[in-house]
Design a binder for this molecule. Sequence first.
Ligand code: UDP
Length: 331
Amino acid sequence: MAVLVTGGGGYIGSHMVWALLDAGEDVVVIDRLSTGFRWAIAPEARFYEGDIADADLLRRIVSENKVDAIIHFAGSIVVPESVSDPLGYYENNTVKSRSLIASAVEAGIPHFVFSSTAAVYGTPSVLEPVTEDLPLRPESPYGSSKLMTEIMLKDTAAAHDLTYTALRYFNVAGADPKGRSGQSSALATHLIKVACGTALGKRASMSVFGTDYQTPDGTCVRDYIHVWDLVQAHLKALQRMRAGGGSLAANCGYGHGYSVLEVLDAVRKVHGSDFPVTFAERRPGDPAMIVANPALAMKELAWTPELDDLEGIIASALDWERHLMRKNSAS
Ligand code: UDP
């Protein structure tokens, strides 16, 4: 059987492809390469360039490969961009996902893993780690576009022979421990990527957005999960569904958080030198603190995170940034 990975040229998707290949799976990738990279896709995977909403292409893929599962990463992920272009986000994330789910139903593909997000919770009303039963109140079109896809999957699973797992990611960071992939988008705005780039001199300086939050040091607290642990959770989700497990929505995080200042201190420590940081206004839409309660994923998926170490996450991200610098200077 083959696993179809959408967005396999992107950050998390490219790691997923390596993890599936490492596990002995047959892997097919669809990516239109709008933000992903062809070179990021493991050569052992069969690659189709195109759009997930191209039903004819999906028919061709399933006729040429024995696909029993789709792992769906393709989508747009920049929250402020979703605020300025909500219809673009609903088109790209929701409407196209609907088409992909319809293709799965038409082809009788029984298993679907969906890349969801902690943004479906909005700003949690509790300061404790969030559980899946909390109210789902996204505060951005990005979060809404993902929640709408979760709802489509839930309703489709009730009506058709399809089982899904929606994994709600917290703050994904780091790079493949074997150095085969990493976060390669020059436009990525995520804290650890930006801090590593600044430490290596790729940027002149960086900003800390907001120092007056109701948190111990006044900066936002997030649950940073190593991308390799995250893709292992997908693998476990696939195995669970193939073994007859039912549909599920589960958090993927470690259950504890770090403030922005703690992350920057860890980057200084791992890199071994200081770098320029300025203090700026709050960034709109940032909750003060959001940390996962991962108990459900750990129990249901039999998932045991192995790389829960902020300095290790940062070391792998720094290694990948150095790799990109060498790659760019060579080309
Ligand atoms: N952040 C920051 N400077 C940056 C990027 C991010 O201070 O250059 C902060 C951001 O305001 C948030 C935290 O770091 O409080 C994590 O942001 P990120 O964009 O990495 O992920 P998000 O939590 O928005 O998904």
